[in-house]
Ligand binder design. Structure first.
Ligand SMILES: [Zn+2]
Length: 308
């Protein structure tokens, strides 16, 4: 058998009430962030797996020992912005500020500089493509914000589905061929291509999102595992994401309208078992470690450029 790719596992560590759909319905929320994180850490420990935590800078400032303990346990801490503001609501300068402030908060809590970034609500789309200029000029090395399916809130319908180096001369949503110098490695969230892919242009759904959050909670465990297998068989690592609050039923609030309830809480009771099954069947590691070939390549090219 072919060796299977190692997949990337990440958790967006934010206040559960940062989620756009529940934000308006929440007054004086109780914070469950420590317990939610503990639930996730216990499961990772059980399988001896390291993961990436994309941490909101304000959370790192508020809970420094919690965030420090992630690094002490061998996990990667990366940035999920400073205030969890989607990029649609930021200017270029404000985004640069968010990147720097969150890096400072993470460095202060852990002593480590984050090299990865994930935009709140996957808010890097053609509308906010300028984000790559800002990331390129920063100390960050990779991004994991591109969602290669169009959804009502976010997504880029024809973006690449495997890790790629963002080219400075092509669209940031094209696989970078003409890349030179330092740059950002993009690891899109995973999707599966359906047999209808060849009918694209006829309005059929050709890509199915599955690899995290609401999608993973809705899909039966068997189907979720089948999709991971399908992506791995094509030689690609899966980029799987969750939020620690998705494993803690204590965060549910009463009185949400039905559609918000569904998207926010559906399948929470089975989420831990599903992730347990995935960690049992497949290999996972931090995003940084799964991307290490691409990150090494960009470093090499950078140093070659400097030598000549
Ligand atoms: Zn988030």
């Amino acid at each position: 058998m072919e060796p299977q790719p190692v997949n990337a596992l990440s958790f967006d560590l934010e206040h559960w009430y940062s989620a756009t759909l529940v934000a308006d319905d929440t007054t004086e929320p109780e914070d469950h962030i420590e317990r939610s994180t503990e639930i996730v850490l216990e499961l990772l420990d059980k399988h001896d797996v390291s993961a990436t935590f994309f941490v909101v800078g304000q959370v790192a400032a508020e809970y420094p020992s919690l965030v420090r303990s992630l690094v002490q346990k061998g996990h990667e801490v990366a940035s999920h912005g400073h205030t969890h503001t989607p990029l649609f609501e930021l200017t270029k300068a404000e985004f640069a500020e968010e990147l720097e402030q969150s890096a400072n908060a993470i460095r202060q809590a852990t002593g480590v500089d984050p090299i990865g970034f994930r935009a709140p609500n996957f808010s890097i789309t053609p509308k906010t493509a300028w984000a790559f200029d800002v990331l390129n000029a920063s100390e960050y090395r990779y991004d994991s914000s591109v969602f290669p399916v169009k959804t009502p809130l976010y997504g880029v319908s024809d973006a690449p589905t495997a890790p790629y180096v963002v080219s400075s001369s092509l669209s940031p949503f094209d696989v970078g061929m003409a890349y030179s110098g330092s740059g950002i490695v993009e690891f899109p969230i995973s999707v599966v291509e359906t047999p209808l892919e060849r009918f694209s242009g006829y309005g059929f759904p050709t890509r199915i999102p599955f690899s995290g959050g609401f999608y993973a909670r809705v899909l039966p465990s068997m189907l979720l595992r089948r999709f991971v297998r399908q992506v791995n068989r094509q030689g690609r690592p899966v980029n799987l994401y969750f939020h620690p609050w998705e494993f803690n039923e204590q965060v549910q609030i009463e009185g949400l309208p039905i559609h918000k309830r569904l998207v926010s809480y559906y399948g929470m009771d089975k989420a831990i078992q599903k992730l347990d099954n995935l960690l049992h069947e497949f290999e996972f590691d931090t995003v940084q470690s799964v991307l290490s070939p691409e990150l090494t390549e960009t470093t090499d090219r950078t140093s070659t450029t400097q030598v000549h």
